[in-house]
Write a protein that binds this ligand. Structure first.
Ligand code: ATP
Ligand code: MG
Ligand code: MG
Ligand code: MG
Length: 476
């Protein structure tokens, strides 16, 4: 099954199980200025998870395109992309743990065809101080589910991520208990941070195990919540069963919800037993085109090609959803993705315009499944190509300005001014200075950071960039 088949099979399976297929939300949230982008399937459904009646019923499903600008620094690794699709299903006061766990497991094993021996799961260890018991209910459902397939179902108490890094996984273990740092959901982001009056609850995450040889030992021993590479999170089910009272304590809710979100790209990667999501059907054709255009191999230029493929895919989808490059908010994130793609292309010695070669490939990957992509295709290509041309002019002017420093020492202020006034990325300034033998002051980075902080302080409140989690200082 490729990613397209997996998406269809999931939605079809959930519909057969009584879920209404709802229309996906746009990437830019409607009537919600708290975040720049929809970063999960749940976000647009929050009012219903908090109690409002949904017009389409109590069982819902969709595949939600998401943008997580806050993951931008992770892009280049084997599993994070700024744009991805989240397969989702929800029970609004309908079924609970047993149905959810069996449903997702059946999908993974019987429909996608994953080997149950390669699946591991996590559950909430409990919080005695707050009177919240261990989630033995979820763990024992998982234990039965695994036993029915004749694979080991050992349970392990891990606790924190750090405890796991030291303890590792022992033979036969498949169900791992972690604390609230890993397995608690609330809008506040943690158990202690659960807002008063809010529903909240334990979650249970599902991981695909690539095998011990994938663990990078510098992260400690392998276990599901390790970042070390052996385990990849493919899905997350939240069981909203508590509510925080006025006095800060937790009570059981009468009406309990399930929120499930699974990464389409990651499930597709697991299904081809690839630890690299860029090898799946929705990303590999973009990489292939990049290899043709640059004459370089993905094996040699992995991170750069991943970043270019991801950023152009994200920007394409943003354009489909009506975002246009600009200097603020969503448009700024889009512009940043595009400029970064150009900068990385330069590092691959690709100096000509190339968006016109890549964007149609991306649009083609989605045109059948997302009619809005097909409809907007020509306009989207035009928007991105135009942005590329205009940035190339900036680049040309910036390169000349760097040349103007020949025989002088460039300071952090100079680098900042080029970036701030001329839109010329600091990385390019430094690279170009190096190429031309122009000296750059050794403290340029600190001076650059200070100038940036000063400028941010002046313009604070003018944009919502903080909400996008964008790391500072990088203008492209
Ligand atoms: P991770 O720990 O790997 O960063 P997460 O816990 O932040 O993932 P969730 O918020 O639980 O992710 O989102 C639900 C699912 O969406 C994850 O289980 C994963 O399969 C997928 N997912 C999350 N972030 C990304 C991303 N940046 N790129 C691709 N898939 C993602
Ligand atoms: Mg994450
Ligand atoms: Mg996670
Ligand atoms: Mg998660």
């Amino acid at each position: 099954m490729d990613a397209h088949d997996i998406r269809n099979a999931y939605l079809d399976f959930l519909e057969r199980n009584g879920h209404a297929l709802i229309t996906r939300a746009p990437l830019v949230p409607r009537g919600d200025t708290s975040t720049l982008f929809n970063g999960s399937g749940m976000q647009a459904l929050l009012p219903y998870l908090l109690g409002e009646e949904h017009p389409e019923g109590r069982r819902l499903t969709d595949s939600q395109p998401c943008v997580r600008a806050q993951d931008i620094e992770d892009v280049g690794d084997n599993r994070h992309t700024t744009f991805f699709e989240m397969l989702g299903n929800w029970s609004l006061g309908d079924y609970f743990k047993e149905t959810q766990i069996r449903q997702f497991f059946t999908f993974l094993v019987d429909i996608v065809g994953l080997d149950p021996k390669r699946i591991s799961v996590t559950c909430f260890i409990g919080d005695p101080a707050n009177g919240i018991p261990r989630d033995d209910e979820a763990a024992s459902i998982w234990a039965s589910v695994f036993a029915e397939r004749g694979v080991s179902n050992g349970i392990a108490e891990i606790g924190s991520q750090a405890d796991g890094d030291a303890r590792g996984v022992r033979p036969g273990e498949r169900i791992f208990f972690y604390d609230g740092g890993e397995n608690w959901w609330s809008r506040g982001g943690s158990l202690e941070g659960t807002p008063i009056g809010d529903p909240c609850g334990p979650d249970s995450e599902v991981f695909y195990d690539f095998g011990a040889e994938f663990q990078d030992p510098s992260y400690g021993l392998a276990h599901p919540a390790s970042d070390g590479g052996r385990f990849m999170e493919i899905g997350n089910q939240v069981f909203m069963q508590y509510r925080r009272r006025e006095d800060g304590s937790f009570e059981e809710l009468a009406r309990r919800n399930v929120d499930f979100g699974g990464g389409l790209e990651r499930i597709a990667a697991a299904s081809i037993d690839s630890d690299d999501v860029f090898r799946i059907s929705l990303l590999w054709p973009i990489v292939e085109r990049l290899q043709e255009l640059t004459g370089k191999r993905y094996e040699d230029e992995t991170a750069a090609m991943r970043i270019i493929a991801d950023h152009l895919r994200g920007a394409t989808f943003l354009a489909v959803d009506g975002v246009r490059p600009s200097n603020k908010e969503q448009g700024y994130v889009m512009r940043r993705l595009l400029r970064r793609a150009i900068r990385l292309a330069l590092s691959l010695d690709l100096h000509e315009n190339f968006f016109g070669e890549i964007v149609p490939v991306i649009a083609g990957l989605y045109a059948d499944d997302y009619p809005e992509v097909a409809a907007a295709r020509d306009e989207v290509v035009a928007v991105l190509v135009k942005e590329e041309q205009s940035f190339r002019r900036t680049l040309g002017a910036g390169l000349q300005m760097v040349q103007g420093y020949a025989g002088r020492v460039m300071t952090g202020h100079d680098v900042f001014r080029l970036s701030d006034t001329n839109g010329f990325p600091k990385e390019l300034t430094i690279e170009e200075a190096g190429r031309l033998g122009i000296e750059v002051a050794s403290d340029w980075e600190a001076e650059f950071a200070a100038a940036l902080a000063e400028q941010r302080a002046r313009s604070r409140g003018a944009t919502h960039l903080g909400a996008a989690g964008l790391p500072g200082g990088d203008t492209a």
